[in-house]
Design a protein around this ligand. Sequence first.
Ligand code: ADP
Length: 395
Amino acid sequence: MSRTVLVINSGSSSIKYQLIDPDSGESLSSGVVERIGEESGRITHKYAGEKHTLEAPVPDHEVGLRQVIAACGKFGPDLAAAGVVAVGHRVVQGGSRFDKAIVLDEASTREIAELIPLAPLHNPANVTGIRTALEVFPDIPHVAIFDTAFFSDMPAYASTYALDKDVAERYKIRRYGFHGTSHAFVSREVARHLGRDDLKQIVLHLGNGASASAIDSGHPIDTSMGMTPLEGLMMGTRTGDIDPAIAFHLARVGHMRVGEIDSLFNERSGLKGVCGHNDMREVRELAAAGQADARLALDIYGHRIRKYIGSYAAALNGLDVITFTAGVGENDSDLRREVLEGLSFLGIELDRESNAQRTDGIRAISTPASKVTVLVVPTNEELSIARQAAELIES
Ligand code: ADP
């Protein structure tokens, strides 16, 4: 009999969900509840090739989850018949405490809640989602999958900030890394595709948030996000790497409060800060129409990626494969070309034709003669969560 996992990703005002068969990888149904806590809410539910949209107020996450169940009852699939064996929750910050997926109960949920000071923008919503789901689905095991877990065994020289040791320990300041589910999934797909597990890999996860990782024989040795998802590459609305003294300057000279600087760096910077738009497709269109700020935003974005590739090739002392994934990485062939054409010193040869093609699945975009293989690999964080949840409840 087939079995499924309900994967839940709770944000502060949204719940994304997907019902997945962890064995076949098939996604049976998916959807999103949006605008939770606002005057008008919306649920978009997809099943059997059809999309249903309902507009109704969603005062809180519990109402949101109950609407998901109602949508499944009304439009399918029948949850009782779908054989749901586990609920898999995405949790952004696992701290030093959680280095792998865990089965959730009241005590472990409390421990995740205790990590809120480390991830005030993400963990509160994750915890609300877990608590609500534990009540709404009391008879099914719940599993937490942490974005940080894959990077928990990074070498100390990569995870430690050059900061006063006592202060760092007291406030749990270290580089945790994020998007770990995606970096783990994609790097394993690469190893499987190329039939080698001794690869020196760079994975570029370029979505709204963006991060790079350096992986040696399956083990991450560095990643671009740090204590929070703010560090590293330029992103849709986040600065990425920035001189920390800019925060002091804004406080001293601009009289900005901590919260304002936090929201400036996280929500009004990156592509949006430089050219007013955070959706890469819009930025590209504007740049093509000759808008200088959009062109500059793209140039910064590509320059950062090239710098990370160069530094990770050095950190790895060699490089076998670079992989592009997530919304921008999988779809923006111009960006991939702009990045790769500036890296000929690494012996990278882009196959322009394959790069421009749009196909599903894994594909190479480098020529056979290229010294470094370059791949496009679709990420699937939900499937990875579903598989980890199913594996854990079996063990
Ligand atoms: P999230 O981090 O929200 O999961 P995604 O991985 O879905 O993000 O990536 C979203 C980004 O992908 C957006 O900036 C979007 O503009 C970009 N994107 C999607 N399709 C394309 C495309 N065809 N060309 C360029 N960018 C694209």
